[in-house]
Design a protein around this ligand. Structure first.
Ligand code: FES
Ligand SMILES: [Fe+2]
Length: 463
């Protein structure tokens, strides 16, 4: 393995020292080395399909939103009801970024704020002041059209890729496509969306959400028995994290899921005392107050309607709860994913789309996370939580606009569960910088989604 000068990518196949993926471990350089971050910029972010926007950010023709990744910027524009275009965000005259944040191009005209050059929404030049002065009067329209970035719309997302030669999006998404489509993510619309700058590597922040192994220590309220082992004197427990299964897919994608053992299906830890309906309500309450996503207040009301209700022979509490959720949605004329067991099994779990999109579906709603580097500094990232849900046709949803948050530990800004997760992240990054720390050990099953992600990352970096 040869050395790689800081801020310069190595030759094919090379990684900076201390950045290797071992059989059971990861070199800490992957999280802290500026040379590795630079390699990721050149070989991953400029080459991979990545989620640049949700369609709800640009609901009307002329709407735009800006996606920034490290030192690159992309303007995503809705041209008409069926057409989305993504452009490199620069003015062909002297480089001014044509958009920042989100907004609307009045009269469908994209106008550079510096000297007023103007394009239509399809990127064709409409106006150049003193045009005869450029190229001896021979300036070609094609030379100054906006430069398009490859884009694809899927499940309500706009994915982009900077690389003209990248694999087709259909091949990239294929291992998880059906699963995502079945979950009806395209039916979900904006509820809330928050972003937070976090002092950690983007992978550190993301990997806090790739396993349930952290549940008993980080979220002890969600695993009462596990809490007694970790923080008390108990010797063993019916661990909550053991209710979770993991699966890894080609192209770096993965998932975890609870199967039958999720609160959505009436599951409650075996050792809790009391009436099963009350236990389920208590469990759902923890998610409503802990997240305001995944389980919504009205889902909790639905669960309460199960009090005193007789469970018909051949059914069970979970099935009755799901039945009520679907009945309520039908009454509200709210679309829902097809009620099939594979969907129920995925509710409360996560589908991970490489390299940085984490989908957490539930009954008629979807929370998702996106984590990306904040510039080239390996110690900084932008972490976003999006909460989306289905709406009745008579209940118009609002345009999605991000709310920038400033403090991941402030109860006014984040609910308990994300606060617990975010409280670990800077501590992990600090520990990774320790000169005594050379590698991270990964559990072969409980942390398999993380390992699979790193193996795919290496395929990009070594290409
Ligand atoms: S830089 Fe855009 S018109 Fe001059
Ligand atoms: Fe967590």
């Amino acid at each position: 393995m040869s050395n790689v000068a800081p801020l310069r990518a190595g030759g094919p196949g090379q990684l900076p020292p201390g950045c290797e993926v071992g059989e059971h471990s990861l070199g800490t350089g992957r999280y802290i080395d500026p040379a590795f971050a630079r390699l990721e910029r050149d070989k991953l972010w400029l080459k991979v399909w990545q989620m640049a926007a949700r369609l709800d950010e640009i609901p009307a023709p002329g709407d735009y939103t800006t996606y920034d990744i490290i030192d690159q910027s992309v303007m995503v524009v809705r041209v008409d009801a069926n057409t989305i275009k993504a452009y490199h965000n620069f003015c062909p005259h002297r480089g001014t970024a044509l958009s920042s944040g989100c907004g609307h191009f009045e009269r469908e005209r994209i106008i550079c704020p510096f000297h007023g050059w103007r394009w239509d929404l399809k990127g064709q030049i409409q106006f150049v002041l003193e045009r005869q002065e450029f190229c001896g009067g021979k300036l070609q329209d094609a030379d100054i059209a906006l430069r398009e970035v490859r884009s694809e719309v899927f499940a309500g997302f706009v994915f982009i890729n900077f690389d003209r030669n990248a694999q087709p999006f259909a091949d990239f998404i294929a291992p998880v496509k059906q699963r995502i489509e079945d979950l009806g993510l395209g039916l979900m619309h904006h509820y809330w969306w928050k972003s937070l700058k976090v002092p950690s590597n983007w992978k550190v922040a993301q990997e806090a959400f790739h396993e349930a192994y952290h549940l008993p220590a980080t979220h002890p309220q969600l695993d009462a028995a596990g809490r007694e082992v970790i923080y008390g004197d108990r010797k063993d427990a019916p661990w909550g994290h053991l209710n979770v299964s993991y699966e890894t897919f080609a192209n770096g994608h993965g998932r975890f899921y609870g199967g039958a053992r999720t609160p959505m299906q009436g599951y409650t830890p075996p050792e809790q005392e009391g009436d099963p309906v009350e236990k389920m309500i208590r469990r759902l309450e923890l998610l409503v107050t802990g997240l305001d996503a995944m389980v919504l207040p009205e889902d909790l009301e639905t669960a309460k309607a199960l009090r005193g209700r007789k469970i018909p022979a051949g059914s069970n509490l979970g099935a009755e709860y799901v039945k009520l959720l679907y009945e309520r949605a039908a009454m509200q004329k709210r679309p829902m994913p097809e009620p099939k067991p594979e969907n129920f099994a995925q509710w409360g779990g996560e589908v991970f789309v490489f390299p940085n999109l984490l989908l957490l579906p539930n009954a008629g709603n979807l929370m998702f996370y996106r984590v990306r580097p904040d510039g080239l500094d390996p110690d900084r990232c932008i972490f976003e939580i999006f909460s989306t849900r289905t709406y009745a046709p008579t209940d118009p949803f609002e345009r999605a606009v991000v709310q920038p948050m400033t403090d991941g530990l402030d109860p006014k800004q984040f609910n308990l569960i994300p606060r617990q997760d975010v409280s670990n992240i800077p501590r992990i990054q600090r520990g990774l910088h320790s000169s005594g720390m050379k590698k991270v050990w990964l559990a072969s099953y409980n942390e398999s989604v993380i390992m699979n992600m790193h193996q795919e990352l290496d395929r990009y970096l070594r290409a």
